[in-house]
Design a protein around this ligand. Sequence first.
Ligand code: 3HC
Length: 303
Amino acid sequence: MTETVTDATTTTTTTGAASAIRRVGVVGSGIMGSGVAELCARAGLDVVVQVSSAGSLVTGPQRLTRSLDRGVAKGKLTEQEREATLGRVSFTRDLDELADRQLVIEAVKEDERLKLELFATLDKIVTDPDAILASNTSSLSIVRLAGATDRPGHVLGLHFFNPAQVLPLVEVVDSVLTEPRVSDRALAFVRDVLGKKPIKSPDRAGFVVNALLFPYLLSAVRMLDSGLATAEVIDDGMVHGCSHPMGPLRLADLIGLDTTVSIAQAMYEEFKEPLYAPPPLLLRMVDGGLLGKKSGRGFYAYG
Ligand code: 3HC
């Protein structure tokens, strides 16, 4: 099957052999890990989610169930599909249970040291030499993660968008060491198995989408901090004036203000452009534990 794929710089044609990936591992059960696990299970795949704490063994399944309930309520899946999806996902604290996975998608917090250690460990655990080790990082260097393993050709970025079970885009990010056949296989998997829209993005902080989105989000925070407009006015402006599904401050709350700071810092570090620098208000909010929707309070309060 020949398919046209949108590339960050050009439009290319790839031959997308149907991917034989059936067993997926997801590391992390936060907002992104949970969404990715749901998406894979809804595509009929066998999913093992590795979590880091006993608490996550409770909250991970709860988050998944809540989202599936919402999907049923919105008519996106039937009760039977909900049950079947839940039956395809298991949660474990033991990373060794990812040994037989053909694809592992890492979705832990945006901390380079943590991710480097994880990739080095996964490299030792995952037995299939053809397995793909992917990171859902938003901004860290893929080639550095690849360098933590003895199989750098099999490491790439698969960057999903929150909520991953709903939004169609996935950025497929090759490092300078990713083997083209591995990238093609991942891209075919995203498109043909997950039914998502893949784009090929460069291994630069922020890839394509965050590099464009974050200056906008950070500008909204600066506008709020300057006292020129309230959060409601800023968000109403973009929702009703530009037809965005949500305004920039509500979106920052959804992404998580700590994650927003981490991504901004990574892009500022890489490009030294002031437009990527996290504004002081954002830094103070994170210092104060106001992390957005997940903590109950950010630019808005959540019940
Ligand atoms: N399962 C399946 N479908 C679901 C669902 C679920 N759990 N929850 C919602 N949906 C579907 C709805 O049925 C609806 O589909 P339809 O348009 O075909 O009817 C669609 O999702 C939107 O749902 P609603 O209109 O009911 O609005 P919600 O409040 O449920 O969700 C939203 C809204 C999807 C979050 C929407 O506001 C949105 O798209 N916001 C923008 C989010 C965004 O920009 N995300 C990207 C952030 S950047 C990022 O993630 C990168 C990272 O690196 C930081």
